[in-house]
Each structure stands twice: as C-alpha cells, then as structure tokens.
Design a protein around this ligand. Structure first.
Ligand SMILES: [Zn+2]
Ligand SMILES: [Zn+2]
Length: 261
C-alpha cells in the first residue's frame, strides 16, 4: 500500500500539541483475503482523514494518519501485519472517532471480516504515568425499525445500543427461538411512523395484561407493553437498524435458558 502519509493540518479545536493523542493500531489481516478486497479496504482507510468530519465544524479533525505494512525483521510482531498511527487533537475527538463518527463506524464494520487480531494503544507524548481516560458514556440515539414485510416502520430512542436477552418461555413460544432481544424504553421514545400494528394480549406472571404489538401481515413483533411497567415499552432490538452488530447488555429470566444456549 506504499507510504500513504496523510499529514493534514486540521487541528479542529485549536489546542496545542500537548493535547494531541496518538492512536496506534496494529492489525493482523487474515491471510486469504483477495488482493483486490484489501486494496479497496486500504483505499477507504486512507481516505478517513479527509472523510471523517467533526460534528460541530463539519471539517476534518484527524490531524494525521500514517499507515504501512510491517517492515520489521525482528520476531516481535506477534503476527501483526500492518500498523496505523493516527493523531487526534484531543481525547474528545478520538472518542468521537471511535464511538460516533458514522464514516469511521461504517468503515470498521466493513473491515471486520478482514481482521483476525489487533492491538490498540493510545499515547500522549511524554505522559508516562497516570490513569487512562474513562470509556466514553454512550449517548442516547434514535434508530429506525422495520418489520419483515416493511408494512410497519418506527423509530426507537435507546440509551445504549445493546440487546437484553429474555429467556422466558413466552418469548420462546412467540418468537420460535431460544430467546428474544429487547430494550425497555419510555413509551415516549417509541414512534410508529408507518402502518398500525395489531395487538395480542395475554396475562403475564403478575396477573396483569401484556399487550404484544406485531405486524398483522408478516407477524414480526415490534414491541410489548406490560401493564405492570407503566409508561414503558419493550422494543425488539433486533428489528432496529444496525442491531445485528450490537453486544449483549444483559439477560433476564435466565432460569428459562435452554441447556445448549
Ligand atoms: Zn410486516
Ligand atoms: Zn421474555
């Protein structure tokens, strides 16, 4: 991929060099990725300094990127095949890059199948002691949802992009699978934009009713409303855009977990 240094000089926040944080990434690429796929992956990687834009200024904020194949003849690479050294003007900029920047997140998702292993270290020049910054708190975000046939469309605002697995026997029976994927949100944070779900109601363990809202055409369950949980709804998170990439944030009704799950 050559020496594709991109030494842009966009210091978005005007901070001096002392604020600079260097994000060092080593990748071990899988051995059998077709050359053409790798080439287009590297092309989009090297475009990140121009394409990643700061949400406030709408200008590039990555200060620099250096990238290349491992050239070391020593035997300490731990199998890492390529190195990337990125500079950011502040921890906030790096946090934005890692957790929110849609361009970087889309790139990472596409790159995932190519990468077998990685090492990441962030350094500040001359800072040799002291704690690491905390993991940034995830911000609430609104996601689009759709049923299988597309007749119903909605948005759900979630505090965290994660799934809570429910192993209860009702979820198993309604979904025909070992567990369901959920988030409990305020009913104000759910907006049905298109179509109107049908309702199936049953008596929950509390003796109070549970209303299940589903698509009358394709039967996808969109959300449930338990009368015991006033002002809340339980949305099915796997029907939300991007849900297939989220982690598991918790589990409920673990006693119903099937032996092989
Ligand atoms: Zn449907
Ligand atoms: Zn359940």
């Amino acid at each position: 991929m050559g020496d594709a240094g991109q030494n842009c000089d966009h210091n978005g926040n005007g901070k001096g060099k002392e604020g600079v944080i260097t994000h060092i990434v080593l990748f071990k690429y899988r051995p059998h990725i077709p050359w053409t796929d790798l080439q287009s992956h590297f092309d989009s990687f090297l475009q990140l300094p121009q394409k990643c834009l700061h949400p406030d200024t709408n200008k590039p904020y990555m200060l620099s990127m250096r990238a290349g194949k491992n050239q070391s003849w020593e035997s300490f690479s731990k199998g890492m095949t390529h190195g990337f050294v990125l500079e950011f003007g502040s921890q906030e900029d790096l946090d934005y890059y890692l957790t929110e920047d849609p361009i970087h997140l889309a790139f990472s998702k596409a790159a995932k199948p190519f990468i077998e292993d990685s090492v990441v270290v962030d350094i500040r020049d001359s800072v040799l002691f002291g704690p690491s910054p905390p993991k940034p708190a995830s911000k609430p975000k609104t996601y689009n949802g759709s049923c299988h046939c597309g007749a119903i469309g909605w948005t759900a605002r979630l505090e965290k992009a994660e799934h809570v697995l429910c192993h209860c026997s009702t979820c198993q029976k309604l979904g025909g699978g070992p567990y369901s994927l959920n988030a409990i949100i305020s009913s104000d944070d759910l907006n049905i934009l298109k179509g109107s779900p049908k309702v199936y109601t049953y008596k929950g363990a509390s003796g109070k009713s549970v209303h299940c809202f589903y698509c009358g055409n394709c039967t996808s369950h969109i959300y449930h409303q338990q009368e015991v949980l006033e002002g809340k709804v339980i949305v099915r998170t796997i029907l939300l855009e991007g849900g297939e990439g989220w982690e598991v944030g918790g589990e409920i009704f673990g006693e119903g977990r099937l032996g092989w799950v």
